[in-house]
Write a protein that binds this ligand. Structure first.
Ligand SMILES: [Zn+2]
Length: 339
């Protein structure tokens, strides 16, 4: 990494958890993320979900066509309908991970998993084939703010049953989860979003409801944010960047029931750079966004350079048909002199 007061150069970063949706909007979201990130672990919660070899290949081809130069790291959605024998074929089709959604936990998860043992045979196959398990770690039957905490015993059970399975607890949001992931073996890691890293429930609720920040898991309190920040600033390799950027059309965020999901792709890197810069920890930036995630997934590191300029810009109210995080606010860093 090279930095002076006005410019910072890092290895091109990866977004280890992103939703690019489908159809025409996907093309805009894919182009947007390609402006900041070289690769992204693309989540499979489409309608119908990505859960077959043909589905994976088709989705990856469409993203590549929409955003040349950006490499989609595709995933499949776990369901009891997947035969364990299919896992090898999914891997050969390019799957880096399978995503575990408890039933009803978030967008398009009505067909999610009711009980983990439904998918044990698939997890065993994933463990054998070296495919990562990505988990939305919330128990939807628990009260909203306790959902992640209640899920943690299930995470521990999965780690105990599948000791060689690489598991990512996605979008970590509580201090309990940070502590647990840190204490579990090196097969377990967590993604950190920019919104859980920087914001709290106060930002979402205290001065009127701020729908652009509403997501699942919801952002938590200051002590939770502090625990996430501390472990990231320490350069803990178990915690790496995954935006969980999840755009919805403007109407879905303005009218109740407000859809869960933060559109952070347009602002993620400027906010992260500013976070590390303001904590005097720019030396930890590149590991967080360009190294730890790739290493956990056993992927080669990106080659080349990603250059960011210190130049203030105002985030538009609407980007790609969605309301981005920090709309209307002034940020300090940008990728190029064009937005
Ligand atoms: Zn997600």
């Amino acid at each position: 990494m090279a930095a002076d007061l006005e410019r910072i150069t890092i290895r091109p970063p990866d977004d280890m958890h992103v939703h690019l949706r489908q159809g025409r909007p996907m093309r805009r979201y894919a182009r947007r993320i390609s402006g900041s990130f070289a690769r992204g672990v693309v989540m499979p919660n489409l309608i119908p979900p990505v859960s077959t070899e043909a589905g994976l290949i088709d989705y990856r081809n469409k993203i590549r066509k929409a955003a040349p130069g950006f490499e989609p790291l595709v995933t499949f959605k776990l369901s009891p309908g997947i035969a364990p024998g299919q896992v090898a074929a999914l891997k050969n089709s390019g799957a880096v991970a399978g995503k575990y959604y408890p039933e009803g936990v978030t967008t398009n998860s009505e067909d999610g998993i009711r009980s983990a043992d439904e998918v044990y045979p698939i997890l065993e196959a994933m463990e054998g084939h070296g495919i990562v398990l990505c988990i939305h770690g919330e128990d939807p039957s628990a009260p909203v703010l306790e959902r992640e905490g209640v899920f943690l015993s299930q995470l521990e059970e999965l780690v105990r049953r599948f000791p060689r399975l690489n598991i990512v607890l996605e979008h970590v949001s509580t201090r309990e989860a940070v502590k647990l992931v840190d204490s579990l073996p090196s097969t377990v890691a967590a993604t950190v979003t920019v919104h859980h890293l920087l914001f709290t429930l106060e930002d979402m609720m205290a001065s009127g409801f701020y729908p652009a920040l509403y997501c699942k898991p919801v952002v938590k309190g200051a002590p939770d944010r502090e625990a996430i920040q501390r472990t990231v600033l320490e350069g803990n390799p178990k915690f790496f960047f995954g935006s969980d950027s999840a755009p919805h059309p403007v109407s879905a965020k303005r009218n109740p029931p407000v859809a869960a999901g933060v559109y952070s792709s347009p602002v993620a890197m400027p906010l992260i750079i500013d976070f590390f810069d303001s904590h005097g920890a720019l030396d930890k930036l590149e590991d967080f966004v360009s190294r730890f995630g790739a290493e956990f997934y056993s992927l080669p590191l990106n080659e080349g350079e990603s250059v960011w300029f210190k130049e203030s810009w105002t985030v538009p109210g609407v980007v790609d048909g969605a309301v981005p995080l920090c709309a209307g606010e002034t940020l300090l860093w940008k990728k190029s002199r064009r937005f």
